[in-house]
Design a protein around this ligand. Sequence first.
Ligand code: PEP
Ligand code: MN
Length: 450
Amino acid sequence: MQDFGLDNYRELTAAQQPTWADAGVLESVRNQLGALPPLVFAGEVDTLRTRLAQAARGEAFLLQGGDCAETFVDATADRIRNRIKTVLQMAVVLMYGSSLPVIKMGRMAGQFAKPRSSDFETREGVTLPAYRGDAVNSYEFTEEARKNDAMRLLQAYNTSSSTLNLIRAFTTGGFADLREVHAWNRGFTDNPANKKYESIAGDIDRAMRFMEACGVDSAELRATEFFVSHEGLLFDYERPLTRIDSRTLFPYVTSSHFIWIGERTRQLDGAHVDFFSRVRNPLGVKLGPTSSVDDVLKLIDKLDPEREPGRLTLISRMGAGKIRDELPKLVEAVRDSGASPLWITDPMHGNGITTANGYKSRRFDDVMDEVQGFFEVHRDLGTHPGGLHVELTGDDVAECLGGSEQIDEATLEQRYESVCDPRLNHMQSLELAFLVAEQLVETARRKIDS
Ligand code: PEP
Ligand code: MN
């Protein structure tokens, strides 16, 4: 068997790894994970790569969304369904507006580990290890809960498995049937974005009935592809779940279709870049406002040396105030280097604020502005704005400020549920989809004009 160097990362610096409470338990958990079945299959991963290649060419659009941090308690049928429903609704808005195929991808079924800016958290004079996601410890602020327990990696696997099972059932078992577009909106409050959605749903309904009358009954309308993704962070989880595929004979991370490397772990000589460069999954890399042209070109060389279509997605997260200044030089240099990665925007992580009443939040207007800036930059350079990466939930929470419901600081006190970053709620997600659809239409119009 070819040596793929999958353990090379052990010689390198691995940022953001927990110190586990019990080394013996860790060893046993790694062995158990190594013997468990894959969660996703190489064939699906390869399909995704071809879809992402389409998006990189401007022939499709990637919609990637879900929690900042999934939790074990929230992996319920209702909550998973609401998130899928929100992504499906956003996708309908985008497809209807732009006539482009939309690749649907959840930050789901594995988004259980978080990088943190500090190893510790202090509250009222008490210092405990930071919460690193349910795969590592528990959010509750007690010594017992914050212990880094490797047994949780098994629970992360099991919860990912049941989440993925439900995703597969929902997206292929009739729920995602385009004839159900109205049903996805049921239960949501009366709001301008919902009304706009209803009107699109009405148009789609008529088109579907027309096609039925013509005798068209395509499987594509009754089911949808839905991919999953998470940040590739914990080696003690990802390494045991990395397998050599018996057909292609290449290594695949089988915990997820798509893996991204975070802003805090993308060091060129670090363990994450080395490890994920050796697997076949399509990869993403987050690029914050301090990313240099040199960093980005070197990341491309390491992660996509063959310049394989669909292999690499660059996820810019600059902040609304910086994107128009910081992004153009990167996009331009990448374009001029001859590489053609997929560029997508994460309008969440550069726009964090802390409210006067102490909540981690984001202003919906900043999110919208960064998305707008992303499209402007790509229009100016003639490159493709290929996708959107957002933190969202299908539930009616109040975590981001603004939007048509005008969520204010006081409302955060009533409906803030995130254990990590603030998410767009269902309505804000739909509103954002309408803005993106408009931008896609404008981009297409400029292409025709030029
Ligand atoms: C995230 O996506 O939740 C995250 C931590 O992002 P970033 O790496 O861009 O900070
Ligand atoms: Mn986040």
